[in-house]
Write a protein that binds this ligand. Sequence first.
Ligand SMILES: Cc1ncc(COP(=O)(O)O)c(C=O)c1O
Length: 310
Amino acid sequence: MTVQSDNADPKPSRTRRLGGRRIYEALKAQIGEGLYQPGAAMPSTRALATELGVARSTVTSAYEQLLAEGFLESRQGAPTRVAPLLPVPAEGAGSIRLRSRHRLSAYGERMKMLADWATPAAVGREPVIDFRYGDLSTADFPILLWKRALSAAASHRPDRLTYGRPEGSLRLRTALQGYLWRARGIRCDAEQIIIVSGSQQRLDLCARILLDPADRFVVENPCYQLARQAFAATGAVPVAVSAREDGLDTGLLAHTNARLAYVTPSHQFPLGGVMPVSRRRQLLAWGSATGAYVVEDNYDGEYRRHVSHY
Ligand SMILES: Cc1ncc(COP(=O)(O)O)c(C=O)c1O
């Protein structure tokens, strides 16, 4: 939790520093803004008091006030939680909704307009059948190997805990360089590899580095919607080019006047086909001739079919 300190305060800080009232107000605002979700466990009063550098009783009094107003709930022996149904704030002074004249950037407004594909629609009840893809069975994840690798890595104590290179550790990138050569036949320098925290971050990076507002970009139709959104969020305009099972119809690219094409040639999403080499060459030839970027999303290239014999 962060609570602004008041540097302009002329009084000695100890008593004025963070009164229970300010902690109460900050927590109430944060609950209202969804930082603490309904039903979520609150930090213990001891932990929060240590974090804020105040007496535990100061935090306790803020919690008591929030309990009295119905924002928090507590049960003997259980952590204090945010109430599942929050009280409606009174209009005016006590309102917890952020009401301000601040406005989002054009980018922020575009993001708001884009539908939320990642989370299931709020239909008011649990769906009977969940058609979302991408939920993997935990039974298939090599959890023990993962744990072993994590603890082996953690046991190498570095000299200092400091910031690494923004593009990722050179050791990891060099290991990946070798892997890409062995597994995919890709020859590149370690400097050409960037480590990101997930597929959406890499799409967002490509989008912001390669596109300007009003540029046109090609997406396959049908395509992976979260990629389309990452590119559209820049203000660039999507041009849907039909894809068959074996990928994008490259014959249609010439008329798109696009600056970038986002493609899934190794495993078309969602149809599942593989683009033949002749059309991959056409795609690259189009990119070279027009100066357009070709962004390949090889999203499940690591999966190999395991054949079991019974
Ligand atoms: C085309 C495509 N790209 C990226 C992803 C996401 O990959 P990750 O789970 O590695 O973020 C998916 C997930 O289904 C996908 O279909």
